[in-house]
Design a protein around this ligand. Structure first.
Ligand code: CDP
Length: 270
C-alpha cells in the first residue's frame, strides 16, 4: 500500500498520476449496501485499495445516560483502523487521529439526518477501515451515509465525500496514499447534494485562493458522481429486499421519498 520509496514524480510528463489516472479521475469505486446481518444498516466501500465497512445500530437506548440529548438523537460515529490496515501495524488503542476523524465524520453526517425525530436515543455508526490507501475519512463518509440510509434513519440526502489535493503543482481528485503522503496538500470535503451545503472542509498544505476555489469545484463535481453511485447501490439493495417490485420508476419514487428528497428542489446540473 504505502510506497516505502517516494516516487520520482507524482505527475508524469504526460500529465498522468502515479497510478495512471488523469488529474480529475476518481479511483474505481465499489459500493455495497446491507453487507452485515447483525447491524440495522451497513455498507461497504472499496475506493481504489481503500476498503471500509460501516455498521449502524439504532436509534436505541443511549449508554452512558448522561450523554442523552432531550431534543434529538445522539449521533455517535466511531472510526477505527484495523491493526493490519496499514503497512506498519497500527496499535489497537484509539489514536488521536482516529478520534479526530470520528469527530469530523460525525459533523459531516449530522446535517443530513433528522435526528430530532428520535430524542433521547443514540444512533451508533461504527466504521472499520480494513485496508487504508489514502482518503479513508471521505470513503468512510460515503459508506456511513449509505449504512444510515440502510438502517432507515430519515435523511435529507446521502452524503458523498472526496479529497482534492495538489501534486507537482497540479490539482488532483481522490488522492491515493502516495499522493497523500508526498503531495503538496489535500482538501477533504463532503456535501449534501440536496442543498449544496458543504459539511466537511479541511485543508492540509498550502493552496492559493484560486487553487482552493478550483479544488472545491473539482470536489463538488466528483461528489455529484459519487452520489449517483451511492443511489445506485441503495437501489440495488432495495431491489434485493423487495424483488416483487419490477418497475424501475417505482424504485426511484420510493427512494426519493425515503431520502426526503421528493419535496426538495431538483439538483442543479453541474
Ligand atoms: O485517510 P485520510 O486521507 O482521510 O487521512 P490521513 O490522516 O490524511 O491519512 C492518509 C493516509 O495515511 C491514510 O489513508 C493511510 O493510508 C495512511 N496512514 C498510515 O499509513 N498509517 C496510519 N497510522 C495512518 C494513516
Amino acid at each position: 500500500m504505502s510506497p516505502e520509496i517516494k516516487p520520482d514524480f507524482l505527475i508524469s510528463p504526460e500529465g498522468l498520476r502515479v497510478d495512471g489516472r488523469r488529474p480529475d479521475e476518481l479511483r474505481p469505486i465499489e459500493l455495497e449496501v446491507g453487507v452485515l446481518k447483525t447491524a440495522d444498516g451497513s455498507a461497504m466501500i472499496k475506493q481504489g485499495k481503500t476498503h471500509i465497512i460501516a455498521a449502524v445500530y439504532g436509534p436505541r437506548e443511549l449508554h452512558p445516560r448522561h450523554l442523552t440529548l432531550n431534543d434529538k438523537a445522539y449521533l455517535r460515529c466511531v472510526y477505527r483502523m484495523a491493526t493490519f490496515s496499514v503497512p506498519d501495524r497500527k496499535r489497537p488503542a484509539p489514536s488521536r487521529r482516529e478520534r479526530e476523524i470520528s469527530m469530523v465524520i460525525t459533523n459531516a453526517l449530522e446535517p443530513a439526518l433528522f435526528l430530532e425525530e428520535f430524542p433521547r436515543t443514540v444512533v451508533d455508526v461504527f466504521i472499520q477501515v480494513i485496508q487504508a490507501d489514502g482518503g479513508t475519512r471521505c470513503a468512510a463518509i460515503n459508506a456511513a451515509s449509505l449504512a444510515l440510509a440502510d438502517a432507515g434513519i430519515p435523511m435529507r440526502s446521502l452524503v458523498p465525500a472526496v479529497a482534492v489535493g495538489k501534486a507537482d503543482g497540479v490539482l488532483i481528485v481522490d488522492l491515493g496514499d502516495a499522493e497523500d503522503k508526498y503531495g503538496e496538500g489535500d482538501v477533504p470535503m463532503a456535501v449534501l447534494p440536496s442543498t449544496g451545503e458543504i459539511t466537511l472542509l479541511q485543508q492540509d498544505g498550502s493552496f492559493t485562493k484560486e487553487e482552493l476555489l478550483e479544488a472545491i469545484q473539482m470536489g463538488l463535481n466528483a461528489c455529484t458522481y459519487i452520489h449517483e453511485l451511492q443511489k445506485d447501490a441503495l437501489k440495488r439493495a432495495y431491489l434485493r429486499k423487495t424483488p416483487e417490485k419490477e418497475d424501475e420508476d417505482e424504485y426511484e419514487d420510493d427512494l426519493e421519498t425515503d431520502l426526503g428528497e421528493s419535496e426538495l428542489p431538483e439538483e442543479a446540473d453541474e
